[in-house]
Every structure is written in structure tokens, then in C-alpha cells.
Design a protein around this ligand. Structure first.
Ligand code: SF4
Ligand code: SF4
Length: 394
């Protein structure tokens, strides 16, 4: 007769997981609070960790700015797959008499005392950390970037986790001699907001493993870069896929950075809607109309399994140019004469020159309806109509 572990792993692989591993609550007990599965499932004894690899072709096109949307679509398809696999595992476990929770894939953070709502959050500690679960379950190890690195795909994976009261047999973690991170530091070189320090380090211990990572800065720094409030690298020669600019260096102090992030989030139309992906990520992922707006993740995207690939990926990124917002909602590579224009959202936006003098076309349904892009486009059109200008000055 097949063991429970074999049955669950076979099911996960059959439904499209690339990697699956098991760990236990006891093994995770030495980790940070977000390694504790009992926060979501008080009866939890075990964790099934899942990984699905990103599509390599669309990811390469994304990092060299050949095309933006295919990688966004791939991330959405993978999220749907991970939810589906997790649901099937949880249903199987419940049918066998156990408790089970399929952990939300993203955007679920533990309440913060000083934050009245999401717009005031600055720490972003997840209910359960998929990375810690995957580390303990032998799926990968934490790299310098803090991302989970697998031997098979590097950091180019999406993760999921199922918590259960079943006492499952754990898998072995990856030993130090097989650690996939060689400290090449390419992740530090491709972060437009310099979140990943190239030299200063810190340590984190989970599952008896002590990982040495880049020194952690305020999470709001990554939030600013990854949400897209600032996409431009300090060199000014390349950006992620965000067309937005803060127009000044980011503050170095945590308090000032957190305050800036809160201001930006409060002004961001994305944060105001009751049905945004932050209130219900699963619902967003299964909504056929929802566009998985992705502008960064470069620290993960650069990190392929082989060092030569990582060096090449870094070159692709820093030679990819900068992003601009077209008024149909698409993101494109900015030409040298692109305009940088003020918006009412505390951000400036880069727009191809001549966009505002074109006869307005209907905004494409997707991705033109991403709330911040959509409102900025409406604002620019109104301003252009009233000023008759091609580029709007401050
Ligand atoms: S890019 Fe290099 S240093 Fe950074 S996590 Fe990957 S392997 Fe480690
Ligand atoms: S996701 Fe982007 S902004 Fe955040 S740490 Fe990675 S490269 Fe930097």
C-alpha cells in the first residue's frame, strides 16, 4: 500500500508541481514567527511545500524588455496551478481525516500594531512563509537575495504550501555542500532600489540551518521597487518595468523610507478599491479579467541555476533600457526623447513623446485597467486636453 507521503507527492507532481517536499512543525520550530504553521492551523504537524518553475522564454523576454505581458500571464497561470494543486492536496488530507489549509500564495500579512490598514504596513510578515517551508522541506536553500533557490531552477520558481495535522515523514534539507547560492551577488546588481546590500550580511536560522543573507533593510524599500513606485536604477540608465519615478534618491533611514511608502500607498488608487488583490489574492488569481501586474522581481529573475547564466542575465537587465507608459495602458521601452511628467500620486511618470497629441484610443481592457496606470492615463489625457501640450511640465 502506498504511504500517505507518496500519495500526496504523486498527486502534486501529476497536477503540475515541479518540486514537492515535506517538513514538520517540530523541524520549523527554531525559525522566525512566520515559520510556525500553527498561526494558520493550530493543529498543524506537517507542511507540504510546492514549487513550480517560471517559463524561461517569457522570463528572458521580460528581463531584456523584449516583452512585458507574457511573464505576467505566466505568473498568473502558475498561481492558478499552485492553488489548484494545494486545494487537491488539502481535500485529499481532509478525506483521510486530517485538518488541512492551503496557504494563500501572496498578499497575506500578519497584522501590525501600528498599522490601521494595509496602506500603513511596513513589515509585511506573512501568515506562513513559503520560503521557510521550502527550505525545511528540502526544496531549496535561501540565497544572498533572501529568495529561495532550487538546484534545478535557481530562484526562478513560485512557491506554495499546504499545512496539515497529519504527522508526515519529513524530507531531508539540502546540505551546505550542495547550496545553490555561490554568492555571485548578481541579485544585488539588478535591484533598482538597492534593497540587496552587496557586502553587509545577516543570518537567519530555520530547520537547524543557518543561512547568511544580505543585510536586511526596511521591507518598504522592496515594496517601493516591486510595486513600481520607483523603477529607475541609481545609474539612471535602466529600470525595471515600472514607468514611475520618485525623482530623488530614496531615504536611507527606515523611518523616512517607511513614511514615504505609507504616503505613496495612501495615494495609490490600487490600494483604495475594495476588490483589489490585497483583499483577496485567490479571487484575483481566478478572475479571468485580472492582470497580474508585475514590474520587478529582478533579484529572482536574474538568479538562474548556472553562474554564467546569472552573469548574462545581469547584462541583459542593465542593458535593457527604461520603461515608459503608453496611453493604451501598455508598458514599452522608453525612447531617448520620452517625457517625464508629474502626476497627482506623488510620482512622476515616463510617457513616450507624442502620446498625448495622438487621437485618444480606447484604453485596452488589460493591462490598461491596472488602477494606478488607469488613473494616471485619465489624468494625463485631461491635462493634455486642457493645455494642448505634448509634454506637461511641473
Ligand atoms: S544571484 Fe548569486 S548571490 Fe544572488 S541569490 Fe542568486 S546565486 Fe546567490
Ligand atoms: S523585487 Fe525588485 S525591488 Fe524588490 S528586492 Fe527584488 S529587485 Fe529589488
Amino acid at each position: 500500500m502506498r504511504s500517505e507521503e507518496t500519495k500526496l507527492k504523486s498527486l502534486a507532481l501529476r497536477l503540475g508541481a515541479d518540486l514537492v517536499g515535506i517538513t514538520t512543525r517540530d523541524i520549523l520550530a527554531d525559525g522566525p514567527p512566520s515559520a510556525d504553521p500553527r498561526y494558520l492551523l493550530p493543529s498543524a504537524n506537517s507542511v507540504i511545500s510546492l514549487a513550480v518553475s517560471l517559463d524561461k522564454d517569457s522570463l528572458q523576454d521580460f528581463i531584456c524588455k523584449k516583452s512585458w505581458e507574457p511573464h505576467c500571464h505566466d505568473r498568473k497561470a502558475i498561481a492558478k496551478r499552485l492553488y489548484t494543486i494545494g486545494d487537491a492536496l488539502a481535500e485529499t488530507l481532509r478525506a483521510d481525516g486530517y485538518d488541512a489549509v492551503n496557504v494563500d500564495l501572496n498578499n497575506n500579512y500578519r497584522p501590525e500594531e501600528s498599522a490601521a490598514d494595509l496602506t500603513e504596513m511596513t513589515e509585511f510578515h506573512p501568515d506562513f512563509s513559503h520560503r521557510y517551508g521550502a527550505l525545511a522541506a528540502g526544496i531549496g536553500r535561501l540565497g544572498w537575495s533572501g529568495n529561495l533557490l532550487t538546484r534545478e531552477y535557481g530562484a526562478r520558481v513560485e512557491l506554495g504550501s499546504v499545512l496539515t495535522s497529519a504527522a508526515l515523514t519529513p524530507d531531508a534539507s539540502i546540505p551546505d555542500e550542495d547550496h545553490p547560492c555561490d554568492k555571485c551577488k548578481m541579485c544585488s546588481r539588478v535591484c533598482p532600489v538597492e534593497m540587496i546590500h552587496p557586502k553587509a550580511s545577516m543570518q537567519v536560522t530555520v530547520a537547524g540551518i543557518t543561512e547568511t543573507l544580505s543585510r536586511k533593510q526596511s521591507n518598504t524599500r522592496c515594496w517601493i521597487g516591486c510595486t513600481g513606485y520607483e523603477g529607475l536604477a541609481p545609474s539612471g540608465t535602466w529600470s525595471n518595468w515600472s514607468p514611475y519615478r520618485l525623482g530623488r534618491p530614496l531615504p536611507g533611514e527606515k523611518e523616512a523610507l517607511d513614511a514615504l511608502c505609507i504616503r505613496l500607498q495612501k495615494a495609490d488608487p490600487q490600494m483604495q478599491g475594495p476588490d483589489n488583490s490585497f483583499s483577496n489574492y485567490r479571487q484575483a488569481v481566478f478572475d479571468p479579467e485580472w492582470f497580474y501586474y508585475t514590474v520587478c522581481g529582478f533579484c529572482r529573475s536574474v538568479c538562474a541555476p548556472r553562474r554564467e547564466e546569472r552573469l548574462a542575465n545581469r547584462k541583459l537587465i542593465i542593458n535593457s533600457g527604461t520603461a515608459a507608459l503608453k496611453l493604451d495602458g501598455s508598458h514599452v521601452v522608453a525612447e531617448a526623447d520620452a517625457c517625464e511628467m508629474a502626476t497627482p500620486y506623488g510620482l512622476r511618470v515616463v510617457v513616450p513623446r507624442g502620446e498625448l497629441t495622438k487621437k485618444p484610443k480606447k484604453i485596452r481592457r488589460w493591462p490598461g485597467q491596472f488602477p494606478l496606470d488607469r488613473e494616471v492615463i485619465r489624468y494625463l489625457r485631461r491635462e493634455a486636453a486642457s493645455s494642448g501640450e505634448n509634454c506637461i511640465a511641473d
